[in-house]
Design a protein around this ligand. Structure first.
Ligand code: PLP
Length: 392
């Protein structure tokens, strides 16, 4: 069966809730037991009971079952945010004295977690270049984690997930891939040999900018180690968010198809604009390692960056962004609405990172929403026309 059919029909058992077409939101912090024996048996495999919503809840379980099937994993843990998923997964696999290899183009707060909390607890981290296919210069005997994100944040660098997973496995390291950009619809890292997949479900899976959600998928052996960590950290989801996420998930295939079509139209238009230096969109044939993306993903979502030409003055940058009417200024992405943020390096560390990733100072990240692409293009056209280029 195709994914769009499976999203609708798999992972639900309507007869459990009176045939209701949607699973009920089980708004309960705890679950009661009819007998003392049932309470004592609550953790046995035969028991289908829930105890406490931090440990599990029927509404959340429906979401977890659907995502596990989409990612082709044994199971899924839904968390309170993408960062909840990332930190629980990383903390499960690393101990004091271990070394982690993390891709340099990773999501900023992931880097912050490694550099602050994990560093304090005795884990050392090396950031490897996002276009590295050979990890041997960075692998150490105590490397226990290889962390990937493809496409990466801001620069959207593509990584060869299968090649990296093979090298990590040979070294005895666990692999984690952040799959938020492609979603389980367009990329399944487990099929490429990745051990743990994490998502910010806040983005496309929720899709309506109305909730914060994280997801972890893995094989049962790893999952049985991650689950108690996520539960102990308290990073678990609430049933209302799970319901909203399920509602978003049902339309994910149609939304993503439209996001993809819109993004490609807008990216192609931007690419030929005389004021645009580069469009960093993995769906454009001009994008570095485009063939790798074609091999590894079955589609493209709608978040990308652009660089403007020639270098803008601060006043021109403000003029451009403030002239946009349909693109709101805001972080996050993956919702129905189009967004823009400037990727300005406001400290030396970020400036150095941008140089390593090859980004210039006039870089903007766009999240292409579900508006008509012609309207979005017209908006960009007037905003790009709103400032005069600096005389050379
Ligand atoms: C937003 C984001 C996250 C974090 O997710 P939250 O739900 O905001 O905690 C992780 N990875 C990537 C690539 C993201 O863009």
């Amino acid at each position: 069966m195709q994914t769009s059919t499976r999203i609708i029909h798999e992972g639900e058992d309507r007869e459990r809730y009176y045939g209701a077409v949607n699973p009920p939101v089980v708004n309960a912090s705890l679950f009661t037991f009819p007998t003392m024996q049932a309470f004592l048996d609550r953790h046995t495999p035969a028991s289908d009971r829930y105890t406490y919503t931090r440990d599990g809840n029927p509404t959340i379980r429906v979401l977890e079952d659907k995502i596990a099937r989409l990612e082709q994993a044994d199971g899924c843990i839904a968390t309170a945010s993408g960062m909840g998923a990332i930190t629980a997964a990383i903390m499960t696999v690393l101990n004091a004295g271990d070394h982690a290899l993390v891709v340099d183009s990773c999501y900023g707060p992931t880097r912050r977690f490694m550099d602050t909390l994990m560093a304090r607890w005795g884990v050392s981290t090396t950031y490897y270049p996002p276009d590295a296919d050979d990890l041997s210069p960075w692998l150490r005997l105590n490397t226990r984690l290889v962390y990937m994100e493809s496409p990466g944040s801001h620069s959207f660098h593509l990584q060869d997930l299968a090649a990296l997973a093979t090298q990590a496995r040979a070294q005895g390291a666990i692999t984690i891939a952040d799959n938020s950009w492609a979603t389980p619809l367009y990329q399944q890292p487990h099929r490429l040999g990745v051990d743990i997949v994490v998502h910010s479900g806040t983005k496309y899976i929720a899709g309506h900018s109305d909730l914060v959600l994280g997801l972890i998928t893995a094989g049962e052996r790893l999952l049985s180690r991650i689950r108690p960590v996520a539960i102990t950290l308290g990073a678990t989801l609430g049933p209302n968010e799970a319901y909203l996420a399920l509602r978003g998930l049902r339309t994910l295939p149609v939304r993503l198809a439209q996001h993809q079509a819109n993004a490609l139209r807008v990216a192609q238009w931007l690419e030929q604009h005389p004021k645009v230096r580069r469009v960093l969109y993995p769906g454009l044939p001009s994008f570095p390692r485009y063939e790798l993306g074609r091999r590894q993903m079955s589609g493209y979502s709608s978040l990308f960056s652009i660089e403007l030409l020639p270098p803008l003055t601060p006043k021109q940058r403000h003029r451009f962004v403030d002239s946009l009417r349909l693109f709101s200024i805001g972080v996050s992405w993956g919702g129905y609405e189009s967004l823009i943020i400037p990727l300005l390096a406001q400290d030396d560390q970020t400036a150095a990172l941008h140089r390593r990733l090859g980004l210039n100072d006039d870089c903007y990240r766009l999240s292409i929403g579900l508006e008509d692409p012609d309207d979005l293009i017209a908006d960009l056209e007037q905003a790009l026309g709103a400032y005069q280029p600096r005389p050379i």
